[in-house]
Design a protein around this ligand. Structure first.
Ligand code: GDP
Length: 195
């Protein structure tokens, strides 16, 4: 399904991102430590494409990857993790502005995957992100991460709770884990419907 994946560029802010709008973009966003880098590596079958870090909040750049799926080239856009508790307030909101600026200005975003840790209540920033996407009419899907950390029945229960609190259908929340590639096919099916 996925034929190749390579790192293209990191941007500190939206300067220089407009030249990367020629390909369809699939963006990934979530709070620091939610498992975004691990998921990107799992999706692309690479160990180190996206740099995972044990230190939450280290990945503060907008990272572009070119992905070949079948005969189609697209960009995965890895947006900075938000809401790192130890970051200063100005940093925290600085990243937030970068993210929202990119999401508003880029004209070729086909879907934003919002990652939420299945075990945690969505934070205020998660809810603000979902609200932002809804009000701007930016297409998004929710990925519940790290489901290997709990049992299948717990995961189903938590997904139900999450879907009703967010006002979306259960099926709109894809359950994933970077450990055994669960959710991978479903994510690519969704991507292929969008690009
Ligand atoms: P990011 O900050 O969102 O990019 O998160 P990382 O991918 O760096 O992951 C943060 C931490 O969660 C690391 O210690 C990972 O090993 C761990 N992690 C990420 N994904 C999973 C997963 O699916 N299952 C489990 N058990 N741990 C995960």
């Amino acid at each position: 399904m996925i034929k190749s994946a390579k790192f293209i560029k990191s941007c500190v802010n939206i300067d220089g991102t407009d030249e990367l709008e020629s390909l369809s973009q699939i963006a990934f966003v979530g709070r620091s430590n939610v498992g975004k880098s691990s998921l990107l590596n799992m999706l692309t079958n690479q160990k180190k494409l996206a740099v995972t870090s044990q230190t939450p909040g280290r990945t503060r750049l907008i990272n572009f990857f070119e992905i070949k799926i079948g005969d189609t080239n697209i960009h995965f856009v890895d947006l900075p993790g938000y809401g790192f508790a130890k970051a200063s307030k100005s940093q925290k909101y600085g990243w937030g502005e970068n993210i929202t600026e990119f999401l508003t200005k880029s004209e070729n975003i086909k879907c934003v995957f919002v990652l939420l840790d299945i075990r945690r209540e969505p934070s205020d920033l998660d809810l603000a992100m979902l609200h932002f996407l809804q009000t701007h009419g930016i297409p998004f899907s929710i990925l519940a991460t790290k489901i290997d950390k709990i049992s299948r029945s717990q995961a189903l229960q938590l997904r139900k709770k999450l879907s009703s609190s967010l006002g979306v259908a259960d099926a709109d929340i894809i359950m994933t884990t970077a450990k055994d590639k669960q959710g991978r096919d479903e994510i690519f099916t969704r991507i292929q419907l969008k690009v």
